[in-house]
Design a protein around this ligand. Structure first.
Ligand SMILES: [Zn+2]
Length: 202
């Protein structure tokens, strides 16, 4: 079953082909410059691509006996809107019972109202991309408030600068990406070359 998980090279090819992985001279909202940018929903706009990625990620969970033994009484949880299609795809592949997603509400991340303590199954958190890891850490705290244990966590892409564990739970990803981030100016090769800048929102 592990053999059916596409290599990170194959996944990167899919992300490139769909426009989800972009190369250029990007400036993030925090002012950092980077020669690459991931706009993951572009890969999830195509049903076939979305399915390949979500099924691949689901296999990383299914091989874990502690997780597979708890199916289908599991909830798949997305920390953000970008993770919602991932959550639906992984749910489908694992036949998990529940799906939840958190949203950014002003400066707070929360679940929708009227989700009560005790209703949430043991959960697998999935996102499209883990850059800093803040989103999954904040969602982990929300899930704990609802009394549910986190039994799995993963994303299509994880920056290697982000954590690879959530407490004792390993973070599984299809691609571990070594993101290059620079301050403006001499550090950034694209600045030195005078390449035009593209501002990205998040
Ligand atoms: Zn630059």
């Amino acid at each position: 079953m592990v053999d059916l998980i596409p290599s990170s090279e194959t996944v990167m090819q899919i992300l490139k082909r769909t426009g989800a992985f972009r190369e250029g001279h990007f400036v993030y909202p925090n002012g950092k410059h980077s020669p690459h940018y991931f706009q993951m929903p572009l890969a999830f706009r195509y049903y076939d691509t979305a399915r390949v990625l979500a099924v691949a990620l689901s296999r990383k969970f299914r091989v874990d006996r502690d997780i597979s033994s708890q199916l289908p009484k599991v909830s798949i949880i997305s920390p953000s809107s970008g993770g919602i299609p991932v959550a639906f795809g992984v749910r489908d592949a694992l036949s998990a019972e529940q799906i939840y997603w958190a949203e950014q509400d002003g400066d707070k991340r929360r679940f929708r109202q009227y989700i009560n303590k005790g209703e949430v199954n043991p959960c697998i958190m999935v996102d499209d991309i883990i850059r800093s890891g803040h989103a999954i850490e904040e969602t982990d705290a929300l899930v704990k408030e609802l009394g549910a244990p986190v039994i799995g966590c993963g994303a299509i892409v994880r920056f290697t600068s982000a954590t690879d564990k959530l407490d004792a739970v390993p973070i599984r990803s299809l691609v571990d990406f070594d993101a290059q981030m620079y301050d403006e100016g001499e550090q950034c090769a694209d600045c030195v070359n005078g390449a035009p800048i593209e501002h990205v929102r998040f």
